[in-house]
Design a protein around this ligand. Sequence first.
Ligand SMILES: [Zn+2]
Length: 104
Amino acid sequence: MSGHARLKAQLEKKLSELLERASEIEDGLSSPGSTDWEDHATESEDDEVMASLGDLTRSEIHEIRLALSRIESGHYGTCVGCGQPIATERLAALPFATTCIRCA
Ligand SMILES: [Zn+2]
């Protein structure tokens, strides 16, 4: 199972970066807003952008955690659809892929 050690390290690094970003986004969202109405409207728009950024970050965090758990269980690189190995080129392009090209 040591074949994915390098990838695992990369994923863990990426995961910690994303967790940091996620907490920064949440800090931004929870910061007290201005009571001025015009400012408030602008802040709401910013919040929406930040919220969707947060969603993206969260789903990426989820995918990385999934990939890490699959590496740990020895299932990484195996298609969840047909059980066949996922092509190396596909994994290189899509490190979190859980299906082969045929099952995607
Ligand atoms: Zn497949």
